[in-house]
Design a protein around this ligand. Structure first.
Ligand SMILES: C[S@@+](CC[C@H](N)C(=O)[O-])C[C@H]1O[C@@H](n2cnc3c(N)ncnc32)[C@H](O)[C@@H]1O
Length: 319
């Protein structure tokens, strides 16, 4: 952190094993200090180093025992306060959740989903479903994105949801009886094989209590289930309390998706969450006043899917 104005010292420390993501008591890492001080060259060095580290770690987790290796970009702080605790919860699916007011809460009063996300969900829906398309949503929650997707009149709409209480609500609200909807009840890890190859024009992913590795693992399925030109997006809540970590995590995901043959962009949009929105919620899980929407288009193989309309999500840049 003290070396953040010097490219020489930064390189020296990083190549000699200094952790790029160590934070001070203010939850600031060297990259935050370099960025705040306007030392762009140092920022670039740290981002480059961090991205390599995180990609290697992510691959190691995928190839080995994912339970024993923890992605450092996500879990760097000691568990001193609630905001520093891990968001992953192994027991989430076996404990009840409740719909209360504008939110869906778990047994710890952590928010599974909140109404303030509606405008973001509307943007995600627009990106993955322009016109009459075949879409997939993973994680029903409050059904916000699914309700919006229905207004786009998709030709087919598949929903994957794993929580029994959420599934009960879906049944009660008639989601299982809609003519153009298929609900797959189960963890996406267990039911994704039921989604036919090349059967989707758009896909959205937004689960709860999972981590970066689960997201990376989900991405491995996309080239099979999406048709060429298909558009993918996900709730971008990566490292939501530190802008430098957020930037590194976005870069890592971008490279991972590019290696799977996607073109990836992040479209920025402003988001304002009022303080009252968090009343009754144990942990504030969003801290920025802007949001980067991932727009990921599966490249056409051998010229397929290049007609107008295919892959149109890429053009949907939000300024
Ligand atoms: C944040 S909510 C989704 C909110 C949704 N985007 C909306 O617009 O209301 C996450 C949902 O993912 C579900 N979920 C968590 N883990 C899952 C898994 N492995 N497979 C499928 N669904 C999962 C949760 O039960 C929850 O309903």
């Amino acid at each position: 952190m003290l070396s953040c104005s010097s490219t020489l010292y930064t390189k020296f420390f990083l190549t000699n094993g200094a952790p790029w993501n160590a934070v001070c008591k203010k939850n600031m890492c060297a990259g935050n200090y370099a960025s705040d001080g306007g030392h762009q060259e140092v920022v670039n060095i740290i981002v480059d180093h961090a991205t390599k580290c995180e990609m290697l770690l992510s691959q190691a987790i995928l190839n080995n025992d994912k339970k024993n290796i923890v992605p450092s970009v996500v879990d760097t702080k000691e568990e001193t306060d609630v905001s520093a605790q891990k968001c992953t919860k192994d027991e989430y699916l076996s404990r009840s959740v409740r719909y209360e007011g504008d939110n869906l809460l778990d047994g710890d009063n952590d928010a599974v989903m909140m109404e303030w996300e509606r405008p973001l969900m509307a943007e995600h829906a627009k990106i993955i479903c322009q016109g009459k398309k075949r879409v997939l949503n993973v994680g029903f929650g409050m059904g916000i994105i699914d309700s919006i997707l229905q207004t786009h009149e998709p030709t087919h709409h598949t929903i994957i949801e794993a929580h029994p209480d959420v599934y009960a609500k879906m049944k009660k609200d008639g989601w299982c009886d809609k003519p153009n909807v298929t609900v797959l009840f189960g963890r996406w890890q267990d039911v994704i094989g039921k989604v036919t190859a090349n059967s989707l024009d758009g896909a959205f992913f937004d689960t709860y209590a999972e981590n970066h590795t689960d997201l990376t693992e989900f991405h491995q399925h996309l080239p099979r289930i999406l048709a060429p030109g298909g558009v993918y997006s996900f709730f971008n809540g990566l490292c939501p309390d530190n802008i430098f970590f957020h930037g590194v995590a976005c870069q890592v995901i971008k490279l991972e998706l590019e290696s799977l043959d996607f073109e990836v962009e992040f479209a920025g949009c402003e988001i304002q969450v009022k303080d009252e929105a968090w009343e009754g919620v144990r942990r504030k899980y969003w801290h920025f006043d802007f949001y980067y929407i991932p727009i990921c288009v599966l490249k056409s193989r051998g010229g397929e899917g290049e007609e107008e309309g295919q892959g149109a999500g890429k053009k949907q840049r939000i300024e």
